[in-house]
Design a protein around this ligand. Structure first.
Ligand code: NAD
Ligand code: 44H
Length: 492
């Protein structure tokens, strides 16, 4: 029996057949590449690429994107098969969808499989900006030092000269190609949820150069530091991983199959440190803000959005919830999240000069019932996320003589999750599975947290009865009373 033909692929040929409102603002075919983006996952496609398309519509310019996958190549193959086109669906809290086609991606390359092509793109004189979204893990850094993790074999192999497989290795080899051509200054923008992400990335590039033979790495870093601006950014828009149902919904709406489709909330923000080394798109014309000092915005984002997400994820999974919306609507978890936000997180962000929104506004955003944002996705990489999201505000709270018991209970939720048998918790990425194996074998909460301290040095802040001790007490409570009991006791 012949296979049923599905809807045709979304390609440029489809453009004339698509509803006018979905293709409004598409850049002209042939717009030149001005940006190389490393890590074109769901977030980049929904956020920076859309800002860039709108900036091109507002002010023109050759700012099309070369989308470079750092690791896999599925997204490269999908984008190539679709002439770079894909859809972004903004899904409002009432379930209404706004679908539009994005054409800001003019080229797609696998930095892993086609390292020369990637380096040529970074080196091109027409490229002025490199952006990155490679997740917290992609930086391969030691959060305690802000440098590349010393014992990382992947970074060592990249520095030894193989075709690079790490994001920092790929970026440095691209910059090296640019330096060999005597290229003009370039701006690198990290768009990952990490504190001081621009400064962090600059330090990682410097430490990668230091791993190269002296006669190579020394002059290279000298060139990079003189010709490259590493600007920080604070990005905000909830973009869950795309589901097969999302792909089917786009196919039903447009009549075309889009395997690079992304779905996100209607809210978005992008705050960028204004220290560019050269030209850039007119992102400020379409809602981005360029500022001299990112710090207050960053603290609000990490502590008032991401921290709530992480707390909801770890504790929500313990309560049997699957999505953020289920977690923030849970009768035991919601009052806890409001109390955590109002007593510990928002005041700590305000102390840094930030302007936190009201707790209910944040929970309304994150609780959008029409976005299936899986808690298991957010709970990944806890060791890399929780220090800036929950432990930093907790340490500051403690330093001013107050008890950060709610943040410590949220961190204990993560420890509890790691201590569950594999069948009772979501699968974790490789690094966390190793931590989980150690924790599961620990004889009790205190020994478990002592093991965690090795991976999360931030637990050992506070002196006397430090954060780790408080997390261990909270973990004991969770194990004794269960998640619901512990949450109700903490925030009745
Ligand atoms: N999705 C969101 O809601 C959102 C919002 C704000 C910021 N962000 C930032 O964007 C990042 C990516 O989110 P996403 O939704 O695009 O995720 P995604 O899983 O769709 O894409 C992740 C991208 O990073 C790459 N990557 C993953 N691990 C890597 C590693 N170890 N080394 C190199 N590359 C690696 C993947 O290949 C992929 O291109 C987040 O980690 C976060 O820092 C996401
Ligand atoms: O993307 P991560 O893994 O850094 O964090 C998970 C979520 O907290 C995050 O993606 C938020 O949805 C986002 O930061 C909101 O802007």
């Amino acid at each position: 029996m012949a296979a049923m033909a599905g809807p045709p692929r979304l390609t440029r040929a489809a453009r004339a057949h698509l509803p006018a409102d979905t293709v409004r603002g598409l850049p002209p075919e042939g717009a030149g590449v001005g940006i190389v983006h490393l890590g074109p996952g769901a977030f980049h496609r929904a956020h920076q690429a859309v800002f860039t398309q709108e900036a091109m519509a507002a002010e023109g310019g050759d700012w099309a994107i070369c989308a470079a996958a750092a690791r896999g190549r599925a997204v490269v193959d999908a984008l190539r098969a679709q002439d770079g086109l894909y859809t972004v669906t903004e899904r409002a809290a009432d379930g209404a969808d706004r679908v539009r086609v994005v054409g800001a991606v003019a080229d797609a390359v696998s930095a892993r499989d086609e390292p020369e092509r990637f380096a040529v793109a970074v080196a091109a004189p027409t490229t002025h900006v490199v952006t990155l979204t490679v997740t917290e893990a992609g930086y391969r850094h030691d959060p305690a030092t802000g440098r590349l993790a010393e014992d990382d074999p992947e970074t060592a192999a990249d520095a030894a000269g193989r075709p690079p497989r790490t994001a920092v290795g790929q970026l440095v080899r691209g910059l090296q190609a640019r330096s060999r051509l005597g290229g003009t200054p370039l701006t690198v923008l990290s768009c990952d949820n990490l504190p001081a992400n621009g400064r962090l990335l600059r330090g990682l590039v410097e430490s990668f150069c230091a791993l190269l033979p002296e006669r190579e790495g020394g002059p290279l870093w000298e060139w990079i530091s003189a010709h490259t601006a590493f600007c920080g950014t604070v990005v905000d828009q909830v973009v869950p991983a795309t589901t097969p149902a999302d792909v089917d919904r786009v196919a039903a709406a447009l009549g075309y199959r889009d395997t690079a489709a992304v779905v996100g909330e209607a809210y978005r923000s992008w705050i960028i440190e204004d220290a560019f080394a050269g030209p850039r798109p007119a992102w400020e014309r379409v809602g981005a803000r360029l500022v001299a000092d990112l710090a207050p915005y960053e603290t609000v984002k990490l502590r008032c959005v991401n921290a709530v997400h992480s707390a909801a994820a770890c504790l929500g999974l313990l309560l049997g919830a699957t999505t953020v919306s289920e977690a923030v609507g849970h009768p035991a978890l919601r009052p806890f999240l409001v109390a955590l936000y109002e007593r510990e997180l928002a005041p700590s962000a305000a102390a840094h000069g930030g302007a936190p929104p009201a707790a209910e506004a944040v929970l309304a955003r994150l609780g959008n019932p029409h976005l299936r944002h899986r808690l298991a996705q957010i709970a990944q990489q806890g060791a890399k996320k929780l220090p800036q999201r929950l432990l930093a505000p907790a340490a500051e709270h403690l330093a001013t003589g107050r008890d950060p018991r709610l943040a410590c209970l949220a961190v204990a939720g993560w420890a509890r999750l790691l201590r569950l048998p594999p069948g009772e918790r979501p699968a974790l990425e490789a690094g966390s599975e190793d931590i989980a194996a150690g924790l599961a074998a620990a004889r009790g909460p205190r020994e478990a947290v002592d093991l965690l301290r090795v991976h999360v040095p931030a637990l050992s802040q506070g002196g006397g009865r430090d954060l780790g001790d408080r997390v261990a007490d909270a973990l004991a409570g969770l194990e004794r009373e269960g998640a619901e009991g512990a949450l109700r006791a903490a925030a009745p």
